[in-house]
Design a protein around this ligand. Sequence first.
Ligand SMILES: Cc1cc2nc3c(=O)[nH]c(=O)nc-3n(C[C@H](O)[C@H](O)[C@H](O)COP(=O)(O)O)c2cc1C
Length: 192
Amino acid sequence: MDVIEAIATRRSIRRFSDKPVDDRMLESLFASVRMSPSWANMQCWRFIVVRDAAVKARISELTYVESFMAPKGYKANPSKAGVAEAPALIIACADPQQSGELWGQQYYMTDIGIAAQTLMLTAHSMGLGTVFVGVFEEKKMRLLLGIPANIRIVGLFPIGYPRDIKKEAPPRKPLGEIIFSEKWGSQEKSPS
Ligand SMILES: Cc1cc2nc3c(=O)[nH]c(=O)nc-3n(C[C@H](O)[C@H](O)[C@H](O)COP(=O)(O)O)c2cc1C
């Protein structure tokens, strides 16, 4: 699968079959993730792989942040079940001190975002599914997993074989809405 095809066909996968994912697959996955670009090549990322069913179940309970999700009408994180049932759960952490900060922009988020895309596309190209889960109780999770206070938890990635094959991607904005020509606000002549 080439990269354009992988980007076009990847979907967020939120339900998983019980087919196991062996350690060698995860090794290949991380070999790919490790090649992601990062601020000054500082590679601020650290990953925890959780396979223990009880810990995954506890983490899935922590994927609801009431103050954030309830006003949006969510009664649960859409990935709650997937976090518990995936054979492996990757916790993506970052050390902000090992990345850049400029004009208030914290580049550890960018570093993890890029690594996350590498992870998601590589998993997809291997026939695995995953989803970026960005809503969770960070402090409780830090306690549960023994993560030091200076380390941020940026995302959770349940990894496994997809239970359902999804075809349609959620809609994307038209290019004419997101691309300007020469200066802010001027639309391209022939937006698609
Ligand atoms: C930073 C970030 C945080 C996200 N957090 C969640 C989440 O907490 N729960 C969830 O089910 N999906 C989450 N998603 C997945 C998005 O909902 C999904 O990528 C988007 O709807 C587009 O669908 P697609 O990935 O299938 O193309 C997150 C995605 C990103 C990039």
